[in-house]
Design a protein around this ligand. Structure first.
Ligand code: ZN
Length: 137
């Protein structure tokens, strides 16, 4: 029971996915810091200028005794849209780069041809059609 568990764990580690996953997590963390900085330090102030210096995050509506922090919600939505857009752009650029470096798919040489007399599919090297027995090139 215990050995089976350890063996399974060894297999899980040695599969290599764990290392890929760890790299992904580390890069994801670093990337998240870049996106946060982009939103907070670059795009946030720009939106502030566009909206005439209104700071959304302090925008609140008081309903009875409840304080609706509408500004914080708007900020979260904007952040989400920006992050989605940035990630979309990065993935798009990444796919484009991948498509550029990928080897062009070689078209497979035809293995059959069409007999001009009976229109049947015959082997590319055939000199006589097996269907209508006509001589073909
Ligand atoms: Zn034929």
């Amino acid at each position: 029971m215990a050995n089976g568990f350890i063996d399974e764990f060894k297999e899980f580690i040695s599969r290599g996915n764990v290392m890929d996953m760890a790299v992904g997590v580390v890069i994801g963390g670093a990337f998240s810091a870049i996106v946060t900085s982009l939103v907070d330090d670059v795009i946030g102030p720009l939106i502030g200028v566009l909206t005439g210096g209104i700071d959304f995050s302090n925008l609140a509506i008081t309903v009875g005794s409840a304080n609706i922090m509408i500004g914080a919600f708007i900020q979260a939505v904007i952040n989400f849209l920006i992050i989605s857009f940035v990630i979309f752009s990065v993935i798009k650029a990444f796919n484009k780069a991948k498509a550029l470096t990928a080897k062009p798919v070689e078209e497979a040489a035809p293995v059959t041809k069409i007999c001009p007399y009976c229109k049947s599919e015959v082997d590319i090297a055939a000199t006589r059609c097996p269907h209508c027995t006509s001589e073909i090139e």
